[in-house]
Design a protein around this ligand. Structure first.
Ligand code: ZN
Length: 56
């Protein structure tokens, strides 16, 4: 896995399930880019929050 921000391989991936969606949270330890990915591709934090809201 490489970071989109610095192209380094320093990112940490955390897999979780939010609102029935499989979400991967990535954080680069070098440039501190935070990134969210759903099955469909990259999503914004707003979309993650929306999923979390609609799951309740
Ligand atoms: Zn980076």
């Amino acid at each position: 896995m490489t970071c989109n921000g610095c192209a380094g391989a320093n990112d940490v991936a955390i897999r979780m399930r939010i609102g029935g969606e499989e979400i991967v949270f990535r954080r680069c330890s070098k440039c501190e880019v935070n990134q969210w990915e759903a099955g469909t591709g990259e999503i914004s934090l707003d979309e993650v929050l929306e999923l979390a809201r609609s799951s309740r």
